[in-house]
Design a binder for this molecule. Structure first.
Ligand code: ADP
Ligand code: MG
Length: 850
């Protein structure tokens, strides 16, 4: 029994009344609460304490300055988090969510949010159940309800049972009536209860937290050390305390986490604009370090626009010509009647159909099944098999076949190796024909039938193994699925980018090889593995890693999982595609599980990290490119930020090493001004750097954020150069003003010298921002204006610098004054000095790499 469903008029009316079928937005935490959170996390609390102590020690300016820093940082972090969250929410909205419903007596595809109560929905294995429903018909249905109940075994369901929105139909077919949508569903009730739950931290955020914690403890230890030294050299405790706080504040990287989150979100957004949808921000970073892509064939490398071009039966071979899904066409060859019978039998075991839509013939459902529909029509078969099957055994990649009981017949279609062994009378000629068709790149489908004797009820309860056997082979259908036109280019690009590739397909080895050859995926000597006799891990890895572009055919989901695990055991970062219900484990195990937005199941999409909205292989490569770019951006502003810290810390080191004899070049307030006046905006601009032209011409690297390269660049090259110019500018003014060792400098002189040091650091950081734009080439090769955001940030930085020097009250507050000409000139040297050091270092490293 099926229901007629609603009319579209009724549906529209109900939708108007009940609202869209979406979960009510989580009760959003108020902006103020979130901002409050930013102002009260660990570092902020530390700074609040410092401020309080400053007031207690009767240093009100310092106290106020620290409060300003906490507020600016907090607001800034808050804005970044909000932007990141908005971006993530927008991405979630792009996830495909189509549902088949019966409206106006026809089956149609609508967006899940348009469902209304009493809609008749059609569900197949792999679908996410879009709302709370009551099953009207159910064949071999099992539902994964773990997201509601935590129970991981699928629950069997029969007609009359309820199924809840948000759970997954993992087996069988059903037609169901919606009885609650949106906020009325059980899932909505539960998520209202749990919306406060915090998601567990991800590896990247753990690594970041670790970095922040290490740097912060370092800051505190150094601060304590200076406090002790200054007490020992007999400085008044209040001043030493001030120094200590300065060091701590200078080094604590408060702004790091939100900046990283935001640049991940921006990366995700850029990916989305290229049809790659990440389901969690972390994946952006993992994509950047991907080294191995395991891709399937159909739809990803090929167009998934199938066309049945040949039917082989015992009466001979019929070839068919025709365009797309248009049923007009011509057949040529012997045994057309048998061919038509084969096509109709295959159609009986299919759910996909070709449909005339706005004057255009299109595939409704699986393109291969639509092609079979078209084939039946071209062969003159009355393509109207509308008798619903009484029982179906659905396709899944591990069975590689699908069958249906219609009346007293069982019809079965599937991969020849999955169907022929179940037929009673096949001969060597058939096997030879399969090989022949497959080696021409055709996807071959075997079609079989069995007459089921006796009362049909007897067959309703028998297990599939009892039914799908002793069949009579009707024929073979050969389908052509051309490769995507640009896929050969993309494969070349991927190779240049140092990515290793393998085609992992459920298809016949000969078909897979023909396609792989055509698109240049398989290098010479050719190597084709079969899932059923995969060698042990050692040999498997030897095959996958020593050769370029191996084809693994006839794989089952379990074997995919094995391939992923083996590659990972060698340190590879694996992206693996999958579309079936059983691909979940492999998708989850892979570092990047890739699911398809157009084809494939909701179950696979749920398990994936990346969804390709266009199913296109090129999109994986584009996502990897953007992932690499984002990773470099994080690296960039980390370099930038830490270099600043070196420059800020040096005056304290010199002062301490001189036993307090050499005056402090920068005061605490100046450091705070550097942190919020000059550090924030360029760091943000660096995080928005577009992908460089060369990200795909380099091999992948698996790096930690704080790797040796970064350390060397910060602590041995950029940092020291900046610090050197800073201290020189300071000394030139100081000695030029007549200061001699051992005496406290005259206050006006000290302020002018300090102004020179401050200017040197700001200008050095300005050059540094440009130097950090690339890890390999000097900034002039990128073009000075190619990051507009950075240009604005630098202008802002210069304005802040001018204000800090030439607005007297501000300058006085910071403890500095406009430096004399000599000081300014020396400070200006920071720009060429940093650029030259950066250029020399990059040149040196570049030669080393070559
Ligand atoms: P691919 O890697 O090309 O996407 P699949 O794993 O999807 O391969 O399919 C494997 C084999 O299963 C195909 O070669 C075909 O013989 C068979 N097959 C695929 N889809 C269906 C279907 N809807 N019904 C029956 N058999 C199918
Ligand atoms: Mg497939």
């Amino acid at each position: 029994m099926t229901t007629a469903g609603l009319t579209s008029g009724q549906a529209a009316e109900l939708l108007e009344k009940a609202g869209p079928n979406v979960l009510p937005a989580e009760k959003s935490i108020s902006q103020w609460r979130k901002l409050w959170g930013e102002l009260t996390h660990f570092f902020a609390l530390m700074l609040w304490c410092a401020a309080a102590l400053a007031f207690l020690a009767d240093l009100p300016q310092l106290g106020v300055a620290i409060i300003v820093v906490v507020l600016v940082n907090g607001i800034f972090a808050h804005i970044q988090q909000e932007r990141a969250q908005h971006a993530a929410a927008r991405l979630r909205g792009l996830l495909p969510a189509d549902v088949m419903v019966r409206r106006d007596g026809r089956v149609r595809k609508v967006h899940a949010s348009e469902l209304v109560v009493n809609d008749a929905v059609l569900l197949t294995a792999g679908d996410r159940i879009p709302a709370d429903v009551i099953l009207v018909t159910a064949q071999a249905c099992a539902v994964d309800e773990s997201m509601l109940t935590g129970e991981s075994d699928p629950v069997p369901k029969t007609a009359g049972d309820s199924a809840w929105g948000g759970t997954f139909l993992v087996n069988g077919d059903a037609e169901a009536t919606v009885n609650a949508t949106g906020g009325g569903t059980r899932l909505a009730g539960i998520s209202a209860l749990t919306s406060g739950a915090v998601p567990p931290p991800t590896p990247l955020s753990l690594e970041l937290r670790r970095i922040v914690r290490v740097v912060a403890s370092l800051a505190l230890a150094i601060a304590a050390l200076f406090f002790l030294v200054s007490l020992l050299v007999g400085i008044e405790w209040r001043n030493s305390f001030l120094f200590a706080i300065g060091v701590a504040v200078a080094l604590v990287p408060e702004g790091l986490l939100p900046t990283v989150t935001l640049s991940l979100a921006m990366g995700a957004q850029r990916m989305a604009s290229r049809n790659a949808l990440v389901r969690n921000l972390e994946a952006v970073e993992t994509l950047g370090s991907t080294t191995f892509i395991c891709t399937d064939k159909t739809g990803t490398l090929t167009q998934n626009r199938m066309n049945a071009v040949e039917v082989f039966t015992s009466s001979g071979s019929v070839s068919i010509v025709g365009e797309g899904y248009n049923p007009e066409g011509a057949a040529q060859g012997d045994g057309q009647e048998k061919a038509a019978e084969t096509a109709l039998a295959a159609l009986a075991a299919s759910q996909g159909r070709a449909e005339l839509h706005d004057g255009q013939w299109r595939a409704l459902g699986d393109p291969m099944e639509a092609a079979i529909d078209v084939l039946a029509r071209r062969l003159g078969g009355a393509a109207e098999i509308r008798t619903a099957p009484s029982r179906r055994f659905a396709f899944d990649p591990s069975r590689r076949r699908e069958s249906a009981i219609v009346g007293h017949d069982l019809f079965c279609k599937g991969a020849p190796e999955a169907v022929l062994p179940l037929c009673s009378d096949t001969d060597g000629q058939v096997a030879g024909q399969v090989q022949l068709m497959a080696s021409r790149g055709l996807r071959v489908i075997a079609v079989a039938r069995r007459r089921l004797d006796g009362p049909s009820e007897a067959w309703e309860s028998r297990p599939p193994g009892d039914i799908e056997r002793g069949m009579e082979l009707l024929g073979l259908i050969g389908l052509h699925d051309p490769p995507r036109p640009d896929v050969a280019d993309v494969i070349r690009t991927a190779r240049t980018a140092g990515l290793k590739l393998a085609m992992i397909t459920g298809d016949h080895p000969a078909t897979a090889a023909a396609i792989a050859r055509e698109i240049g995926l398989m290098g010479a000597p050719e190597f084709i593995l079969e899932g059923s006799d995969l060698p042990d891990d050692e040999q498997l890895l030897g095959a996958l890693l020593d050769r370029d572009g191996v084809v693994v055919s006839r794989v089952s989901p379990e074997q995919k999982l094995r391939v992923a695990k083996a590659l990972q055991s060698r340190g590879h970062v694996v992206a693996m595609t999958g579309d079936g219900v059983n691909d979940g484990p492999a998708l989850r195990e892979a570092d990047i599980g890739v699911a398809m937005g157009l084809s494939g199941t909701d179950v696979a999409r749920e398990a994936a990290d990346l969804v390709l909205l266009d199913d296109h292989f090129a999109t994986i490569v584009a996502a990897i490119e953007q992932g690499r770019a984002t990773y470099s951006n994080i690296h960039r502003f980390l370099t930038y930020h830490l270099t600043d810290n070196v420059a800020e810390l040096t005056p304290f080191v010199v002062w301490a090493l001189s036993g307090g004899q050499f005056p402090l070049a920068l005061g605490v307030l100046q450091i705070l001004a550097l942190d919020i006046g000059t550090d924030l905006l360029p760091a943000l601009a660096l995080g928005a750097e577009p992908p460089g032209k060369r990200v795909l011409s380099r091999p992948p690297e698996r790096r930690h954020l704080m790797d040796r390269q970064l350390m060397v660049r910060v602590f041995c090259v950029l940092g020291p150069v900046e610090a050197l110019v800073e201290m020189s500018a300071f000394s030139v003014v100081l000695f030029g003003g007549g200061w001699t060792r051992g005496e406290p400098p005259e206050p006006g002189l000290l302020m002018a010298a300090s102004g020179a040091a401050f200017t040197a650091v700001v200008l050095g950081q300005l050059a540094n921002a440009y130097a950090c734009r690339s890890a390999t080439v000097p900034p002039w090769r990128l073009g000075w204006g190619s990051n507009k955001l950075l240009a604005w940030a630098v202008l802002a930085e210069l304005a802040v610098l001018a204000a800090c020097l030439y607005v007297p009250p501000l300058a006085a507050l910071l403890g500095q004054a406009p430096p004399p000409m000599a000081g300014l000139l020396l400070a200006a040297l920071a720009v060429p000095a940093v650029l030259a050091a950066d250029w020399a270092y990059k040149g040196f490293r570049g030669r080393g790499a070559r």
